[in-house]
Design a protein around this ligand. Structure first.
Ligand code: UTP
Length: 293
């Protein structure tokens, strides 16, 4: 296929944020996991910034009870802005939180029945066009960002795309794993998908890592999807059914991924990003050295 082929553009992004975040309790009892800050930006902000970098402006949040603060984060904070303005403080720091009116839509997942179910809840807003999915607790750091790399690949091959990365084989059981077909550069054909396989049954050590571009037909598959691993309606199972009916590729992400849904991954991300910051990196390095000493 050539890049001159016209594809329907990816204009919409779904952010499933209705999960309970039980691995982070008690922190996530009243505060959504997606608002936990890595240094000074909440996880959801990193994901939205990544979407915009990829040219995606229409944001669909699948929320649940106790998650309203995520939407507030992208609203105008009148009192804050008036007070800061009155004190002569710059409001630039809030720029990334501004969304064009009408570009943020929320739908509700009343019961967290699984990621596949959360995506299905967005079907009316997604409509009949390809769409991106971001799991905000997977923090992807790269230049260009992960979704930009995927949109570039989508413009070449179309169909469905998922981002993957290699992990040690003994870790595959916590993730969705692909069966790889033909490979060309960062693109690998996907011939099968399995959610949380036993190590001995895993078809590879390439795991699905929180970013997707899917065709709208997946919604029809999700409609009748039964519960899978963990008793949840799994997106992986619905995607697996689409293999063979539409092109399906994996993009090996050139960059770093932090699993901020786990405590260790969250601490690692915080340290890694703080160490790289121009305004504080040196001080953080000195602090870490002192702590280790
Ligand atoms: P996780 O597997 O990380 O689940 O979901 P979780 O409930 O947030 O966290 P733990 O495992 O209890 O600690 C991956 C993404 O899918 C969303 C979550 O909000 C997260 O962004 N999700 C998951 C939903 O929106 N609905 C669901 O039913 C399940």
């Amino acid at each position: 296929m050539t890049s001159s082929v016209q594809r329907k553009p990816v204009r919409k992004a779904v952010f499933p944020v209705a999960g309970l975040g039980t691995r982070f309790l008690p922190a996530t009892k009243a505060i959504p996991k997606e608002l936990l800050p890595v240094v000074d930006r909440p996880l959801i902000q990193y994901a939205v910034d990544e979407a915009r970098e990829a040219g995606i402006e229409e944001l669909i949040f699948v929320t649940g009870r106790g998650k309203t603060a995520i939407v507030e984060h992208f609203d105008t904070a009148f009192e804050l802005e008036a007070t800061m303005g009155g004190r002569g403080k710059s409001l630039d720091v809030l720029d990334a939180t501004r969304v064009k009116p009408g570009n943020l839509v929320t739908v509700r997942q009343q019961v967290p029945l699984g990621l596949g179910h959360a995506i299905w809840c967005a079907r009316a807003i997604v409509g009949d066009e390809p769409f991106a999915i971001f799991l905000p607790d997977e923090l992807m750091i790269g230049e260009p960002g992960c979704m930009k790399q995927m949109v570039d690949a989508y413009n070449d091959v179309g169909g469905n795309l998922i981002s993957v990365l290699e992990v040690p084989r003994n870790e595959v059981s916590s993730y969705g794993v692909i069966a790889p077909g033909e490979q060309s550069g960062a693109l690998t054909e996907v011939t099968g998908l399995v959610e949380k396989p036993a190590v001995e049954d895993a078809p590879s050590n390439l795991i699905v890592s929180g970013r997707y571009i899917l065709q709208p037909e997946v919604m029809r598959t999700l409609e009748t999807q039964e519960a899978g691993a963990g008793g949840e309606i799994q997106l992986t199972d619905a995607m697996a059914k689409m293999i063979g009916t539409q092109p399906f590729h994996a993009v090996t992400f050139a960059g770093r991924r932090f699993d901020c849904g786990s405590k260790l991954g969250f601490v690692e991300a915080t340290l890694a990003l703080a160490l790289e910051r121009e305004d504080m990196g040196e001080d953080v390095r000195a602090m870490v050295t002192r702590l280790l000493g």
